[in-house]
Design a protein around this ligand. Structure first.
Ligand SMILES: NC(=O)c1ccc[n+]([C@@H]2O[C@H](COP(=O)([O-])OP(=O)(O)OC[C@H]3O[C@@H](n4cnc5c(N)ncnc54)[C@H](OP(=O)(O)O)[C@@H]3O)[C@@H](O)[C@H]2O)c1
Length: 252
């Protein structure tokens, strides 16, 4: 647990060098983009990391990067939209690293186009990945967190979960739903010492197909989101950041 005990005169506190030392952390969608940046950051903060994505090759290269921080890192290929994969992901992570204390629900995909051009498959794929998977993963880890009396679930949502725009119907529905689920889970679980938080970034410069021609140099960087996640996870036990909205300083 993050040691906040070392408070110096004047209210200054000593920041532990590895504030997440030994904490078992499962990160979905960790092979690239925001998930990989979060994995790198949390590994450097001392967490033991389990990385998941579907593409095994990219997952292995992400793990090699994270191992440079000296933390334990394992990879578990999984499609988070599939119940059997989620069960295997949580069981394998627990067996290899120990009980999961931190879950980062980051895996996500987009679909952008007018609703009249979309079909049921587009809806199912996006909603299953961006929303149902968060339900499945949370259900799988929460009993262990309740037993430990502590835990943190961070859901990577989006400003698209607060706004509407043409062509965004399916993606926005998934992220609006995710924010609703996050808030309700936070209330279900806070009495058990489990904090559930949402991060809502605007456009981030990754391989994710953000619609509209944007200047990538002015967009948020994956490391900016990782920094916010690190902040959320290092609150003192009595403090709980429930939601962060993130925007680039310059409009992209
Ligand atoms: N980029 C943005 O502008 C932006 C803004 C706000 C919020 N977000 C959110 O941030 C999250 C990460 O986005 P990103 O920009 O980093 O996207 P990205 O570069 O496309 O990376 C997405 C990651 O998710 C994994 N993934 C996708 N579907 C999966 C599935 N069914 N099972 C397991 N892993 C899966 C991908 O690996 P595989 O393909 O190998 O599975 C990859 O590791 C998403 O939830 C996204 O909605 C992004």
């Amino acid at each position: 647990m993050f040691d906040e005990a070392a408070v110096l005169p004047g209210g200054f506190s000593m920041i532990a060098e590895k504030p997440l030392e030994g904490k078992v952390t499962l990160i979905t969608g960790a092979s690239r983009g925001i998930g990989l940046a979060i994995a790198r950051r949390l590994a450097s903060m001392g967490a033991k990391i389990s990385l998941c994505a579907r593409d095994t090759k990219r997952l292995e290269s992400a793990a090699a990067e994270c191992k440079q921080a000296g933390s334990a890192v394992v990879t578990v290929p999984a499609d988070v939209a599939r119940t059997a994969d989620v069960e295997n992901l949580v069981e394998t992570t627990g067996r290899l690293l120990g009980p999961i204390e931190i879950l980062i629900n980051n895996a996500g995909i987009g679909y952008f186009g007018p609703i009249q051009n979309a079909d049921e498959r587009n809806w199912d794929r996006v909603l299953d990945t961006n929303l149902k998977a968060v339900f499945l993963l949370s259900q799988a880890v929460v009993p262990g967190m309740i037993r430990m009396g502590t835990g943190h679930i961070v859901n990577i949502a989006s400003l698209a979960g607060k706004n509407t725009f043409a062509g965004g119907g399916i993606y926005c529905a998934s992220k609006w739903g995710l924010l609703g689920l996050t808030g309700c889970m936070a209330e279900d679980l806070r009495a058990h010492g489990i904090r559930v938080s949402a991060i809502c970034p605007g456009s981030v410069a990754t391989e994710f197909g953000v619609p509209g021609g944007r200047d990538r140099n002015k967009m948020l960087q994956p490391e900016d989101v990782a920094h916010a996640v690190g902040m959320v996870l290092t609150q003192a036990p009595q403090s709980f950041i429930s939601e962060i909205s993130m925007r680039p300083t310059q409009k992209p």
